[in-house]
Design a binder for this molecule. Structure first.
Ligand code: GRF
Length: 212
């Protein structure tokens, strides 16, 4: 019997271009289904992308809850009710409480626009430019109790050009994100990723860092 594909809930706050990459990759040898798209912002453009693709959407507004843990509990219950096995944070701009890890242990994945542990937080691209680095990139990692900190699944470098501003650099970073995030989610879906402490083992050939 063929095992059923992994169901993911994708959490977004804005444009949802990574969500679009996840939507577009379905059916091209990619082994997941998107059970739900959740946003904390009712006007997030990504919600319309989900509707266009016929995927269910929910809005869970931060302002309706008295604490981070209540907000997180509602998000996790909403995801679980959709049948999700895992959560993908794709530009979700709220910090989850640690109770999310009880609901989805080693099953929450985030995409971050820098080579962690450099430049965590909400302004990673601007911070990289401001620091004068010549190399930054993309990190896809499992989420743990700390912000932008969990075990790293994949990193890919992006060179900073002398004439880059945050917008031009972010555009090149995002083109990498759109390629690697569906790959990682699909590998996770096939059971190819194992977390061992800080390390994530790929039970196929591990990818090596490359420079775009
Ligand atoms: C991405 O660059 C991601 O790394 C960061 O937020 C951005 C979201 O972009 N966490 P989008 O909403 O997927 O277009």
């Amino acid at each position: 019997m063929t095992p059923s594909p992994l169901a993911i809930a994708v959490l977004i706050s804005g444009s949802g271009s990574n969500l679009q990459a996840l939507l577009d990759s379905r059916g091209h040898g990619i082994d997941y289904v998107i059970s739900l798209v959740v946003s904390d912002q009712s006007d997030a453009t990504g919600l319309e992308r989900a509707r266009q693709a016929g995927v269910a959407t929910e809005v869970v507004s931060w302002s309706k809850f008295g604490s981070r843990s209540e907000f997180t509990e509602a998000l996790c219950e909403t995801a679980e009710a959709s049948g999700a096995d895992a959560i993908i944070l794709a530009g979700f701009m709220r910090i989850l409480s640690p109770i999310a890890m009880d609901h989805f242990p080693d099953a929450i994945i985030n995409v971050h626009p820098a080579l962690l542990p450099a430049f965590p937080g909400a302004h990673a691209v601007e911070a990289a430019i401001g620091h004068g680095v010549t190399l930054t990139g993309v990190t896809v990692h499992f989420v743990d109790e700390q912000v932008d900190h969990g075990p790293i699944i994949l990193q890919e470098a992006v060179a900073v050009r002398p004439d880059d501003d945050a917008e031009s650099l972010h555009a090149r970073i995002q083109s990498v994100e759109h390629r690697v995030l569906p790959e990682v989610v699909s590998a996770f879906s096939r059971g190819e990723l194992t977390v061992q402490g800080r390390y994530v083992r790929w039970n196929l050939t591990p990818r090596e860092a490359t420079i775009e």
